[in-house]
Every structure is written in C-alpha cells, then in structure tokens.
Design a protein around this ligand. Structure first.
Ligand code: DI6
Ligand code: FE
Length: 412
C-alpha cells in the first residue's frame, strides 16, 4: 500500500483546461478532473478517482465548471498618472497617434501627469487597475515603467509596481521600459541614451527594481542603434530583455530582439518575414496586443500566418496603458485576438496563459501541471472556447492564488 499524500486543498468535479504545451487534446482538456494543492503548488492533476491516496485538509467542488490556469497578462503599463480621454476624442476627429505624439501629446502628456502624481496617487490608481485585471482572472501581471523618463520618476514607478506585488493579491513582475526621449532632451537623443545606460539602468539593476528591460524601438522613440545600446547594457547587467517592435513601422526591431535573445518582441504589426524567422531562431515569444490595434484603428494586422509558419509562440496581452490601450480585461484581449487577428480560441487562450508566462521567462505558471504555482481561475462556462466568445461580461466564478481563494463566492 502506498502512503497517503497530504494536500491543503482538493478541487473536484472540475473540467480542466490544463493548457499543457505537450497535451494530445485541445486545451489539454480533462473533462472530469481533480486538482490538488500542497504548499501553494499543484501537487496532483488527473481524472476523477485519481486522487484516492490524497488526504486533503479542505475539499471543494467546481460543480463541473471550467478551471484554467490563472491568466498571465505579460505586457502592461498600468502605473501612470492621469488619463488621455481628450486625445481619444481628438483622434476620433481625425488626428493620428503619431501626429499627437509629435505635437507634444501622447506619451509626453502621461509623463507630465506621472511626474506630478504623488507616490500615494500612483499606488492608488495602479491598484485600481490591477483590481480590474484580477476580477478578470489574471494572477500574474507584468508592469512596465516608462512614464517617468527621469531617474527619480522611473524608480518611483518601479517601486509602485513592487509595492503592488508585495500586497499578495497578484504576482507582479516589473520591467524597466526605455519608452521615448523626454521632450527637453529631443535635441540630444544620444546623450539621453548615454544617461540611461550610464546612470539609470545600473541604478535600477542595483536596487533590483526590474526583472527585465524593454525598449520602444520606433521612429517616434528610439532608433535601432539607440535601442541596441540599451539592450547591450541590460544584458551586461544580467537583465533579460524584451522589445516593443514593428508597431508603427518596420524598424528591424524583431531581428534586434532575436540577436539579444529577447524573451519577447511585442506588437509586430509590421513584422517582416526575416523578422519572423529571427524570432523563431531565438525562441522569442511574439506578444500580440489587439487592444492597441483596435483602439488605434490600425489597418495593418500582425502577420499571424507568418508566425504560425515559423512556429513562433504567440502570447496575447492587454497592453493596458492610457494612450493606445485603455483595456482592463485580458479576456477582452483574447476575444479581440480572435475576431481581429484571427487567432483560434485555443491559440488566444494559450497566449494568455502558457505562452504569456514564457514571455516573462517563467515555466512555473500559465499551466495546470504538477509543480506549477497553484494559480487557477474557475469560470462560469462549459467550454474553453467560450472564454474567447463571450465578451464584455464577467465570467469568473473564483480565482485562486497560491492555493488561496482571493475572490469571494462559489465554489471552493
Ligand atoms: N507602444 C504603445 O502602444 C504604448 N507604448 C508603446 O511603446 C503607448 C504608450 C502611450 O501612448 O502612452
Ligand atoms: Fe506597450
């Protein structure tokens, strides 16, 4: 006889979309399954009856509901001051995003509002937006800096994100983002890049405030040569890199991302075949951001067929930010990835779970598998495709973070 196994929680009567990458069936679906949690991690997953040797402290029934890994939102800019509803109105009147940016609005407007916000204001508004994501089943979120553009405000943004992570309602990973050249340095962009490499990045690294470094490689932000200097400095400091690449033009960002072994290259509307091949070769994840594409009314869509052809893993994220994607629901991004970018619901859901985790360099989440963190979402739906199909509605029944139920209600 085998020894009984201890567990803190046994969840039964669950239809589990494990999202296991090597599963033989779509979504890694286990129609009538059980999941056990021990010390904050998944200790067992299998069909009904497979947990007979487990002695759980608590048992809960999912009552046949769908269980998925907690969602992973791998690209957000959710710490910022103010909002940009005024620009939204101007764009609907005919101005383009680049026009507004060149006229001193755009990112610069949010930089001014972020610098003016107190630490408490930054924390409170970011916490509210984090709450939107949590209410939609997200358990891990990446948060970028990039609305400070001076050392002090960049550090304040990253500390705000770290503080949110310490509140234990969400797993937060942080990214230092070299977003654009500040308005008062436009006459000397290379001097500004020098400063980022010499002062800002080493300070961020020394204070362990960022888990990765990102650069907006674009004609309204940093050139490929400037981007490369920042990436090289980050790699020297031991920080993983990612890139905002080919969002508004083909700047060659994807090739650069691949050369530096980037975890992800994000946006990619203007990705070239050479860029796609480079991402595939480097194992870099393509992060698709349909919220920004829809909000800006971009005619150009990322070349999903090319990404599939090259076997580049695709993630889907909100890009939650005040300028191009005021979107606080990851499932809404999943829906848009299907309707706008023509991902299959399975691709889109994998993009908001396992592939999103990979875009952050994690292999311990975004999947229901033994050893993974016990971060789960329980949904009021029968079929995984429903998560991509319904939109603008609240489908979440419960959210479990490290084995702890973090939203009230049924079923655990
Ligand atoms: N690309 C984007 O879509 C956001 N940042 C970036 O690099 C936009 C940021 C903003 O307009 O505030
Ligand atoms: Fe972004």
């Amino acid at each position: 006889m085998t020894e009984p196994r201890r567990a803190d929680l046994l969840l039964t009567d669950a239809r589990i979309a494990t999202m296991a990458p090597d599963a033989a069936v779509p979504y890694g679906l286990l129609d009538d399954g059980v999941v056990a949690v021990t010390d904050g991690r998944i200790s067992h997953v299998g069909p009904r009856g497979s947990a007979a040797d487990i002695v759980p402290e608590r048992t809960g029934s999912a009552h046949g509901r769908l269980v998925t890994p907690g969602l992973v939102d791998c690209h957000t800019h959710l710490v910022f001051g103010g909002h940009r509803a005024d620009e939204f109105e101007q764009r609907l009147g005919g101005a383009t995003y680049e026009d507004t940016a060149r006229a001193g609005g755009g990112i610069a407007a949010t930089v001014a509002a972020t610098r003016a916000a107190s630490d408490d204001e930054l924390l409170a508004s970011a916490r509210r937006r984090l709450g939107w994501l949590a209410a939609g089943g997200v358990t891990t979120v990446e948060v970028k800096s990039g609305y400070g553009l001076d050392l002090d405000t960049e550090l304040r943004m990253l500390r705000t994100a770290r503080r949110l992570g310490a509140e234990d309602t969400m797993r937060v990973t942080t990214t230092f983002l070299a977003h654009t050249v500040p308005a008062d340095r436009r006459d000397d962009p290379d001097g500004y890049v020098d400063e980022v490499c010499r002062d800002v990045l080493p300070t961020v690294a020394a204070e362990r405030l960022a888990d990765a470094v990102d650069v907006f490689c674009e004609r309204i932000a940093f050139s490929p040569a400037q981007t490369e200097r920042i990436l090289a400095t980050a790699v020297d400091l031991g920080l993983p890199v990612k890139l905002h690449a080919e969002q508004l033009s083909d700047s060659g960002g994807a090739v650069l991302a691949a050369r530096y072994g980037a975890l992800s290259a994000d946006h990619l509307e203007h990705l070239s075949p050479a860029g796609a091949a480079a991402l595939a070769g480097a194992g870099t994840v393509a992060v698709l951001l349909p919220g920004a594409s829809a909000f800006l009314g971009e005619a150009r869509l990322p070349p999903v067929g090319l990404l599939r052809e090259h076997g580049v893993p695709m993630a889907v994220s909100t890009d939650l930010n005040p300028g191009t994607s005021p979107l606080g629901s990851l499932l809404q991004a999943v829906n848009l990835a299907c309707t706008r970018f023509r991902l299959t619901p399975e691709e889109a859901l994998r993009g908001a779970t396992w592939n999103a985790a990979r875009a952050l360099g994690h292999d311990d989440r975004g999947v229901v598998a033994v050893g993974a963190l016990a971060d789960l979402a329980i949904w009021e739906v029968e079929r995984p495709a429903e998560l991509a199909y319904w939109h603008g509605v609240d489908l979440l029944a419960a959210r479990i973070l490290g084995g702890q139920l973090t939203l009230p209600g049924e079923p655990v």
